[in-house]
Design a protein around this ligand. Structure first.
Ligand SMILES: Nc1nc2c(c(=O)[nH]1)N[C@H]1C(S)=C(S)[C@@H](COP(=O)(O)OP(=O)(O)OC[C@H]3O[C@@H](n4cnc5c(N)ncnc54)[C@H](O)[C@@H]3O)O[C@H]1N2
Ligand code: MOO
Length: 393
């Protein structure tokens, strides 16, 4: 059996970003950039006021000043301030020619067209110089960056109407098992259990830059599974199959895509949970990732293989989804046995509290599982107070 690191290296090597597309800014969030984004304008576009008040000439404040005009945000430049004069000005408005200071209105008394200073003014000039945020031609966002809410500010401020981005991987999910029904139906169907994994995988996939192309629950019937897989594969880049990954009489997942032009990248990894995980790829670059049906096994393998795969297909670095940190253990973890262990735990004051329940079928415990805690195969007990490699789960 190959190790987790070996399986990761195979998948990392097989994952290439999808095609780059030009997309309107309104559609771009959640994509990664396929090229740098340069500013098409200066920001601010001219020297502008940072406060509401009066634009004046420095040193010209010993006597009342006459207010000769008003500058609003968006006003054309052209106003000027001569000796003995001030211009009423608002935040974001162009600073008139000749003015080099903005006095906030809180320390000004105004009577008709005359203003006079009533308080101490600070050293701050309250002027944002042209280009002080960025200048035309500056690179504001680099290729590969994920367009989240903050990056969207920079892209829009750059003056861009469209962006070159990597396509979002389309994920389809196929859960197999005679016992499975859509969440909510189980209380009325004797012996059934809710498919607790499909919607969770959809949520995880979206978090890593994918969109959901479809999901289905299918009974343990090889012909039906093959048909559902074939139909979902016609509209996705990654098909995630859940369940039927092991050696049971009704474990048909990997055989259902046999003959479809898929080459197995790996099948079975020396890890706990998740040993039955498998992955295949075809010549069109489509992936099938088979996850074990035990819910904790499915979510752990999704986090460790699906998340980095989607990150890479979406134009990021595979390892951006696998950033391990060192955490102190608040209690000990028993020796893991021969397979590498990815235990679940929660964060308490930035330390790791491993769960007592490490069952691969656990569902309730997942809700509180903040981190995966990595113990090398064949290692000894990890003691309280020791540090352990941890991954946000
Ligand atoms: N003789 C052996 N038995 C098993 C082995 C083995 O090596 N030899 N491996 C075990 C390991 S490890 C795992 S993990 C499981 C994985 O099995 P499958 O992927 O074949 O999963 P199923 O048998 O289909 O289901 C297992 C379990 O999970 C429940 N399940 C499945 N899908 C869902 C879903 N979408 N939502 C909620 N629960 C689901 C299912 O009802 C079963 O209880 O195999 C071990 N066996
Ligand atoms: O590998 Mo299974 O996921 O241990 O129960």
């Amino acid at each position: 059996m190959i190790t987790f690191d070996e399986a990761s290296a195979i998948l990392r090597g097989a994952a290439r970003p999808l095609e780059a597309v030009e997309i309107s800014l309104a559609e771009a969030s959640g994509h990664r950039l396929a090229g740098d984004v340069a500013a098409r304008i200066d920001a601010p576009r001219s020297d502008v006021s940072a406060m509401d008040g009066y634009a004046v000439r420095n040193g010209d404040l010993h006597a009342p000043l006459s207010v000769v005009g008003t500058s609003y945000a968006g006003s054309p430049p052209g106003l000027s301030v001569e000796e003995g004069e001030a211009v009423r000005i608002f935040t974001g408005a162009p600073v008139p020619q000749g003015a080099d200071w903005v006095i906030v209105q809180e320390i000004v008394e105004r009577e008709g067209d005359i203003m006079r200073l009533t308080g101490e003014f600070s050293e701050a000039r309250h002027i944002r110089p042209r280009g002080s945020d960025f200048s035309e031609g500056d690179i504001l966002l680099e290729r590969g960056a994920m367009l989240g809410p903050r990056q969207m500010v920079a892209a829009a401020a750059a003056g861009q109407a469209s962006l070159s981005v990597w396509g979002k991987p389309r994920v389809a999910i196929l859960a197999t098992g005679d016992e499975l029904v859509a969440p909510g139906k189980s209380p009325d169907i004797e012996g059934s259990i809710p498919d607790s994994i499909s919607l969770a995988l959809a949520a995880l996939s979206r978090n890593y830059g994918a969109e959901i192309a479809g999901h289905e629950i299918c009974a343990d019937d090889p012909a039906k599974i093959a048909q559902a897989a074939g139909s979902l594969l016609s509209s996705c880049d990654v098909l995630v199959m859940v369940g039927g990954a092991s050696v049971g009489e009704r474990d048909f997942a990997s055989s259902s895509i046999a003959g479809g032009g898929f080459e197995t990248l790996f099948a079975k990894v020396a890890m706990r949970p998740g040993k039955p995980v498998w992955c295949a790829k075809d010549a069109k670059g489509r992936f099938v990732l088979g996850l074990p049906g035990n819910p904790t096994s499915a979510m752990v393998t999704a986090r460790l293989f699906l998340a980095p795969l989607l990150t890479a297909l979406a134009g990021g670095e595979y390892d951006d989804a696998l950033v391990w940190k060192e955490l102190e253990l608040l209690s000990s973890m028993p020796a893991p046995g021969p397979r590498e262990h990815f235990g679940r735990g929660r964060l308490v004051d930035r330390k790791a509290e491993p769960f007592a329940n490490q069952q691969s079928g656990a569902q309730a415990a997942l809700a509180a599982a903040d981190v995966l805690l990595r113990q090398p195969g064949g290692s000894v007990e990890a003691g309280k107070g020791e540090t352990i490699a941890a991954l946000d789960f």
